[in-house]
Design a protein. Sequence first.
Length: 603
Amino acid sequence: MLRSYLRHALIFPLAIGLLWAGDVCAQDLDARIRHNLEKELGGASQIPVMALGDAALMLQAELGEFYAERSFQPVWVAEGREKQAAVALVDILRGAAGEGLCPEDYHLGYLEDLLRLFEDYRRYGLEPDPAWLAQFEILLSDGLFRYASHLIQGRVDPAEVHDAWRASPRKADLAKLLRYAVDSERLETVLADLVPPHPGYQRLKSALKGLRRISALGGWATIPAGPLLRPGGSDPRLPLLRQRLWAEGDLVPPIDWSGGKYGEEAGDYPRQVEGRAGLINPGSRLVDVASTRYDSATIAAMRRFQRRHGLSPDGVLGPKTLTELNVSVEERIRQVELNLERWRWLPKSLGSRYLMVNAADFRLRVVEQGSTVLTMPVVVGTGYRKTPVFSAHMTYLEFAPYWIVPPTILREDKLPLIRSNPDWLRRHNYEIVPWGAAAERTIDPGEINWRTVRADRFPGVLRMRPGPWNPLGRVKFMFPNRYAVYLHDTPDRHLFNRNVRSFSSGCIRIERPLDLAQYLLENDGWDCEALIAKMRGSRPSRVELQRPLPVHILYWTAWVDEAGVLNFREDLYHRDLDLELALFEGGTAAGPAGETLAERAGG
């Protein structure tokens, strides 16, 4: 291994230096470095294992092409030592944990060992060996290529992690990028421009910093199991519960630990204050922090916590709330890191105006110029029929739609009912259209011998007529895609009262279809009355959007909203787990001990 090899080299710097570099002049040294670069990158063979150990190169071909174009002239070393740009790049790679990435993926440990080795050589008035300088050069360039690639399109391909995940990643010519960064001496600016520009990414990255600060201070309190605690009740766990709610800011802390400021700018978070006397000021009232009574300030804080975690904000400390309270800060850090990776899978722009559904939050948002202008609850696919992740453009609405019965439902559900009583079709608003016939022509169910009908030889298309009974409701919102997924109304209004809303077969049911239709069509001359008339029609009616709307069906289990509130949700489809496994198999996930990227990076 290189690092083991280097440690031995550091023990005997004088001996090695005298043998290899005792009388090498700067000009000859640069020539030897170029020779080593050409030997290691100019051919098809890989870099010697003894030299690199487990620091396998990610982009061997790109590196060879890049250095061949510059006649193997080094970028990061000159006259027997590293350039200032090299030191600056190593410092940038040290900060990769701030993006939710792992600095060790970019050879940071090896690079730091080599820098220390070079310093030891200079301390004794010796020139470093050109082979080591060439290794430093190659590792640094490969680290830059890796880091830039991860910032642009993430560490893993989402399509290889999730069957139903189609993103539009950003792309860049890495060799061209490196040339520009080096030639323009704007390395830091170029890399900063590769970071996802979305405000949601930046807010989540800031939250990651805050969580790591809490972790460095020892994390937060663990709440023991106990009976249900309802508003107005009492419980000996309440002092500990208040400490837990202080940690993330759901409850105003009893003491201003920052000397005038509290929050990220203060550079500190309140430590646990078990046994400390103090008072919380939730407005005009003072509450004893040691009290075992479930007071109004703590209840309000509990409800804030529950809302942030997708729980029913009833203020009751029950099993689900207790489970969320006792998720460790290290687990939350990892959850944030996984969701930062998802941001890197997205295109540079979502659009100045777009509709976004977060399947993990069961919520739809319409965004204009970065601000939410419309939001509502939605129902998404079950764990068996997951709503996919993709982007498309909404191009039209269909009012008073038919519902075409899917083959599986026809075979397993509808056909047995029809056979037992053909009149069931009429009473439940179904009709049969012959295969290939016009939509207006239907078959009289009484003319069919139902005892001989099989699902795979059904006489036509079974569909339900438009109306309030229709599973698609009064309108559906169409954005053509490979999954045949769309937004639609529903007669099952009671589902929106549920906290977890995963009941569909993949499509997305929305709570207020009239509001969304009015938003989409009001600038096209439609008023509310005309829309209601269309929704109450007896035949389908298609209305094209004069201005198609970008639609993004996404999956966030951690995000920071526009008000700056950090939210977490249950991993409904186990996609966090899938991503974690993919990163682990790629060598970048948490290890067997479960350490986070930050811990691996020493951050």
